[in-house]
Design a protein around this ligand. Sequence first.
Ligand SMILES: [Zn+2]
Length: 410
Amino acid sequence: MNTYLVVILASLVLSWLLGIVSNYYNKRHMVSRLPDEFRDVYDDRKYSESQEYARANMRFSSIADSISMAITIGFILLGGFNWLDQLVRSWELAPLLSGLAYIGLLSLASWTVSLPFEIYQTFVLESRFQFNNTTPWTFVVDRLKGLILTAILGGGLLAGVLYFFGSAGEWAWMWCWVLAVAFSLGITYVAPTWILPLFNTFSPLEEGELRTALEAYARKSDFELEGIFVMDGSRRTSKGNAFFTGFGKRKRIALFDTLLKEQSVEEITAVLAHEVGHSKRGHIRKQLILATIKTGAVFYLLSLFLDSKGLFDAFGMEHMSVYAGLVFFTLLYTPISMVLGVVGNYLSRKYEFEADAFAAETTNNPGAMISALKKLSANNLSNLTPHPLVVWLEYSHPPVLERVRVLKNR
Ligand SMILES: [Zn+2]
């Protein structure tokens, strides 16, 4: 059997198996007694609801992962990639357009497969726990906007990559690297003004106690903030959140309207301080550098495999092409991406602790950070006791109980 095929099938099955095992351990790791730290934000009923929510999510992800793995493996073994290639070739398009059509159709197929799961998750699962505020209309419009945006932005980037690998010879990976980095910086730059407003309304936070407190904190910690915005997150979910957009001197903070309803001025200031901590401790810069290095490495690796006949044989291809090679490389890359994901999550969890510490120090009010975290997790019904293996594999943020305990023991 073809070695590439063995590696790809094995890593698909392995990643599916890891998901199933994670869910199993996670379920067994739940404790029925509410941790003492959460007595003030949870009662027993709400705590058992949070566990039921975690269990429902695990059941859902197990089923969704199993189906999508079965479809992927079936498509590979039944020669779907070659069949689609023959179909696209029969249209006799220019090479670049063939590539866009091939990858575009594959993406559209995968989007279609995931659609019923998204519908179920939004309108059944999230609704059952009173999180969902998305109307069917918003859902449809969101998906259409997402499709158009992906076609324009993703299609543009893909066209560039196909062009360079088709014509730039051995330095093609370098050109693709430059293109991809410039592209992602460009997206970050225009996201707050062009992209995010397509999905949500951002209105400047009204004058008042909260605004004064946040601006005072930013000034005190010498942090340039272009604006403080309230986002109508409640259009889709009752879960709360906050995030930064833009970069350099054009940073904005967006607070979910749901967060404003739940949290006090001190707590929201702690949330801002945590985000400022990420910036002041250099996390954003470090992650940008790592992502840049990773992008270069991925394109270099891709260039090594693009003319490997064995890789195309694994999928029963009659013709070799840059576009199909790109797809196969993505599958071959699965195990590396899993390892990098674990390393990335480890770093990210470390940064979360650092940002919490920064917030506690600079606001001089660790209690506010603690209660902000507790309220957020209660409001979002987070799993308070995930299994360490699951944290290690999947969590970009430390479990909230650990964060609270670390903050308390400062
Ligand atoms: Zn954070």
